[in-house]
Design a protein around this ligand. Sequence first.
Ligand code: FAD
Length: 384
Amino acid sequence: MTDQAPIVIVGTGLSGYSLVREFRKLDKDTPIVMVTADDGVSYSKPMLSTGFTKAKDAQGLAQADTDAMAEQLGVEVRTYTTVTGIDADNHELVLGDQRLGYRKLVLAWGADVIRLNLAGDAVDRVHSINDLMDYRAFRQALEGGKRVAIMGAGLIGCEFANDLRNGGYDVDVIAPDAAVMPSLLPEPAASAVQHELTELGVRFHLGTVVDRVDHEAGGVRLMLANGEALQADLVISAVGLRPRTELAKAAGIDTGRGIKVNRALETSAADVYALGDCAEVDGQVLLYVLPLMACARALAKTLAGERTDVRYGTMPIMIKTPCCPTAVCPPPVGADGSWQVERDDSNVKALFTSPTGEVLGFAITGRFALEKQTLAREIPPIHQ
Ligand code: FAD
C-alpha cells in the first residue's frame, strides 16, 4: 500500500454516491476512484417502482450521467468494471487481470436478486428489477404488452403492482404467503393494502407459487403449484434480495447475512469498510435508504480522519402504494409486546406496544398514514 493510493469505492448506487457527497463536504482533495459493474448513471432506486405513475421511463428516472457525477464530485468513475477479488493483505482490488491499489476500500456493492429455479422455456421473459439498467431492459421488453405477472408480494412486488395498474396494465401477483408483505406488516395493515390493490384491479394468487413459465402465442403461460394457469406478456420476479458477500468472504473478511461491520462501518480487514445493501451493520441488515444515508454520513467522517459510529435513530419506511398510503416502523426483532389495532375499512393504525405501554413500532395505512411523523417521534431510536 502507498499513501498515494486513492480511496476506492466499489458501487455507484445510493450508498457509493451518497458517501462521496458527504466526504467531499469534509475533504475536497483526497483522490477517489469509484468502480462499478454498471453504467454509473446516478438515480434514486426507490423511484423505479414509480415510473408509470410519474410517466417516467428509465431515461426519465436518470438523475445525472457518469461524466457529470465524476466532475461534480471530483472523482474518477470506472464503469462496466467488475471487481473479481480483494487482496486485503496487499491493499489491492482485483479487476480481472488488473489490480488497483487502495489506501482505504469501501464496499458499497449492494445485494443480488434471488433467482428462482423455474421450469419452462420462457425464463427469458422473467425480469428482476434491481437497478436502472434492469428497469430499462424491462420497459423495452414490455413494449406492446399489456399483462404483467409479478412473483412476490413483498414491498417491491406490491409497489410494482400498484405502479403497473396506474400505467393501465393487467396485473397478477403470485406469492406463497397468505398475506402481502408478511415480514413487514401485521395482518390488519397487510389486508388493508391487499384490499385496496384488489379494488384497483390487481389479481392476487396467494398461498401458491409459480412452477413453470412457457412461451405461448402472444406471451407466456404460467403454471402455478395450485393448478391455476395464467397468461401474461412478461413476468417480474420480486422474491427477495441477498447482500453480496461472496467476494468479501473469499478474501477472508467476516460475513454473516451481509458483510459484517461494526458501527464505524469497519469490516474485519484493515482499511476495508462496507455500507448499504451489502452490509450487516452491528448485526442488522436493513435494505433501505435511511440506514445507508446515516452510514454514509458517519463513514465520510471516519474516512476524513474522525472515526465515527453510525447512529440510526427512528427510521419509518414509506410503502409506495398510493392506492393505500402505508408507513411502517417495524418493532425491534424479538421485542416483547403485542399489536394494538384500530381499524375502519382500509384505514388501519396498528401500534406495537410493550407490556409497560411503550410504543415500539407501528404500521399505519390510509388516512392514518398522515400520522407517520408524530408516531415516529414516539418510537425509541434504534441506537440510543
Ligand atoms: P445498489 O444500488 O444495488 O448499488 C450497488 C452498486 O455496486 C452498483 O453500482 C453495482 O453495479 C455495483 N456492483 C455490484 N457488484 C459489483 C462488482 N463485483 N464490481 C463492481 N461493482 C459492483 N428503500 C427505501 O428506503 N424506501 C423505498 O421506498 C424503497 N423502494 C425501493 C423500490 C425498489 C423497486 C427497489 C429495488 C428498492 C427499494 N428500496 C427502497 C431499497 C433501496 O433502494 C436500496 O436499499 C438502496 O438503493 C441500495 O443502494 P446500494 O448503493 O447499497 O446498492
